[in-house]
Design a protein around this ligand. Structure first.
Ligand code: PXP
Length: 242
């Protein structure tokens, strides 16, 4: 399975102070150096983490594929067609949500999505739709002309984190069935959201069906914790030098 590293929450920390550090561009370069297969980032309408300039710099400097998550709005289409990421992933977006809460309802947006994605296909930009693991949504994704689907693993992850393992297994089965159908329909199948160093293990059992995982929050969380000791020691060294 490939790993797309989502660097949004590096920018979340920076935006907490509206300053220059930590830089998601720097994080993207380090992720690339560490062997990541892709950089994933979400330019939200409210610009709460990633900024337009981050996207431009990442596209310019990164040599592995760049996957831009975005809401299917006119503003985002214009930006994406200018920056030309390797892939766009269409996600639903609500200002009041903490994170992307559900998949895109492709079934009810069929006509508008079919039109929306046309210019991306003409530009050779891969189009992926972030959907809940429901077979009707997978079928609708094929019908609108998507190249790929990213299956929302958030429900599975939450159940697993709450130790509701039987329900998590049932959700895993839904993910498996949706992934299977996606493959049969010749869609590329990816997955992501809420995955951690613990709950990812069960998802790996679907590696014959799912090509790629996009993981962000847990990687950034671990980077903060594992890098904390070094950061404190370096500040102490500076202060105690005098
Ligand atoms: N995939 C999609 C489509 C997302 O919207 C997100 C969150 O931005 C992720 C993957 C990564 O989720 P997390 O940060 O929980 O790992």
């Amino acid at each position: 399975m490939r790993l797309g590293v989502n660097i949004d929450h590096v920018a979340t920390v920076r935006q907490a102070r509206r300053t220059f550090e930590p830089s998601p561009v720097f994080a993207a370069l380090i992720a690339q150096q560490a062997g990541a297969d892709q950089i994933t980032l979400h330019l939200r309408e409210d610009r709460r983490h990633i900024q337009d300039r981050d996207l431009e710099l990442i596209k310019e400097l990164i040599t592995i594929p760049v996957n831009l998550e975005m809401a299917p709005t006119e503003e985002m289409r214009e930006i994406a067609l200018k920056v030309k990421p390797d892939r766009i992933t269409l996600v639903p977006e609500r200002r009041e949500e903490i994170t992307t809460e559900g998949g895109l309802d492709v079934l009810s947006l069929k006509d508008s999505l079919r039109e929306y994605i046309k210019p991306f296909k003409e530009e050779g930009i891969e189009v992926s739709l972030f959907i809940d693991p429901q077979e009707s949504q997978v079928k609708a994704s094929k019908e609108v002309g998507a190249d790929a689907v990213e299956l929302h693993t958030g429900t599975y992850a939450n159940l697993w984190n709450e130790h509701r393992f039987e329900e998590a297994q049932r959700e895993l089965e839904r993910l498996r069935k949706s992934a299977q159908l996606g493959k049969e329909l010749r869609l590329r199948v990816y997955a992501g959201h809420g995955l951690t160093y613990h709950n990812v293990k069960e998802i790996l059992k679907l590696s014959d069906l799912i090509e790629e995982l996009n993981i962000g929050h847990s990687i950034v969380a671990n980077a903060v914790i594992f890098g904390f000791e070094r950061a404190v020691r370096e500040m102490l060294a500076l202060i105690k030098e005098r």
